[in-house]
Ligand binder design. Structure first.
Ligand code: MG
Length: 395
């Protein structure tokens, strides 16, 4: 019996089932370096594959989300977070007839520029780079996909589609936006990214809010009674208790968590759908022209979510046990940055050469950027090992 293969693609539009405002190959602004289309994969499927094969993606496995390199492997890391965001983003896109593959590629790449040790690591590296143009993880994500992943013969970076790069770049100071061509325009003139990109931002928020509540409760940093004062959580928790009163605490928390995720997803889909209905965009360009974003929660959910975020900041992100780990993270990054600036020969050989080349062209700032790229690329485990190796020998 002949196998019924999917018909090879001719590179033509793949608009099947999409809303007119969905991004697609048909209306894509393309790649920086043009490439022939793939026989079986769409433009954005190919972006997803390139991201998954990137070294920066693999190192997310041992990068902190909130807990620093916890011995118990059941807490979230940047890798599991990125996968959760990708799954939520696909669901959102499918519900609104948008391009699921594009939302997945943006989600998979959205945290590639994160340093080791989470936000504490980013702040420490930014502080080290103060005189040299600073460091910001979101801009670094774009730098990783555009420049730092260097393994293809025909171009530097991953040569991802404009739409994936646009979605990854959430914030951008005007000075830098001016250097980015069409990618920087919306930060200079106003406007929005594609709906797929807008929804990934919310999928990110849904993922971290829920997994941080879950991790915080399991660690005992958050108190269940306090969390039950939050309407968004208590509705989900009470419904779970009512449906299954005999469940263990562990299972009840999971039941509450999944109900809360569903409530946020449904609210986001319905509220976004309403705004799309009012604005009636007929293309991704029309979405981009909107100065107000079309994706978003309802006003009620936004207010409830604000209380959850407040509690997470007060009781989890600034918990004294996390602060200890944060202190160590800051010290490790500062010491390594300083030692590499003073003695670049301690860098891996290839980077040492690169640092001296860049120093010859751009002075200290050039050398500092190579060091920041290196430090940012390390996982929590790798940077601790690197620090031990250098400071145990040089003591
Ligand atoms: Mg994220």
């Amino acid at each position: 019996m002949a196998v019924d293969l999917l018909e090879a693609r001719d590179g033509g539009p793949d608009q099947a089932g999409f809303a007119p405002y969905a991004a697609s190959e048909f209306n894509s602004l393309g790649r920086q370096y043009s490439e022939p289309p793939d026989k079986f994969r769409t433009l954005y499927q190919r972006d997803c594959d390139r991201i998954i094969h990137a070294a920066a993606f693999r190192s997310l496995e041992y990068k902190t989300q909130v807990m620093v390199n916890h011995a118990d492997g059941s807490f979230r890391t940047r890798l599991t977070h990125s996968i959760e965001v990708a799954k939520l983003s696909r669901t959102l896109s499918r519900a609104l007839r948008l391009n699921e593959d594009l939302s997945e590629s943006i989600a998979l790449a959205h945290d590639l520029g994160h340093t080791p040790f989470g936000h504490a690591g980013q702040d420490a590296l930014d502080d080290c780079m103060k005189e040299y143009g600073g460091f910001e993880h979101n801009l670094q994500s774009l730098r990783v996909i555009d420049k730092l992943e260097h393994k293809y013969a025909e171009f530097r970076g991953l040569n991802l589609s404009f739409e994936t790069r646009e979605g990854v770049l959430k914030r951008c100071p005007k000075e830098i936006a001016k250097t980015l061509g069409p990618l920087g325009e919306r930060f200079l003139k106003g406007g929005s990214p594609t709906l797929e990109a807008q929804l990934v931002d919310f999928a990110d928020q849904i993922a971290y809010t829920n997994h941080d509540l879950d991790d915080g409760l399991r660690l005992g940093f958050l108190d269940l009674e306090e969390v039950r004062d939050l309407r968004l959580f208590s509705r989900a928790y009470d419904a779970a208790c009512k449906a299954s009163p005999k469940l263990s605490r562990h299972a009840l928390l999971h039941e509450a968590n999944r109900r809360m995720i569903t409530a946020m997803m449904v609210d986001l889909i319905l509220a976004t759908g309403k705004r799309i209905e009012q604005a009636r965009p007929d293309s991704p360009q029309a979405v981009r022209a909107c100065t107000e974003r079309l994706a978003g929660f309802s006003a009620e959910l936004r207010a409830e979510l604000a209380s959850v975020t407040r509690l997470l900041h007060e009781k989890y992100y600034h918990h004294h046990q996390l602060a200890q780990a944060t202190g160590q993270a800051v010290r490790v990054i500062r010491e390594l940055f300083r030692v590499f600036m003073d003695r670049p020969q301690l860098l891996p050989t290839e980077l040492c050469c690169r640092a001296s080349e860049k120093k010859a062209i751009r002075g200290g700032a050039g050398q500092a950027r190579v060091i920041a790229d290196y430090i940012a690329s390390l996982s929590d485990r790798h940077i601790l090992a690197e620090h031990r190796k250098i400071f145990d020998v040089t003591k």
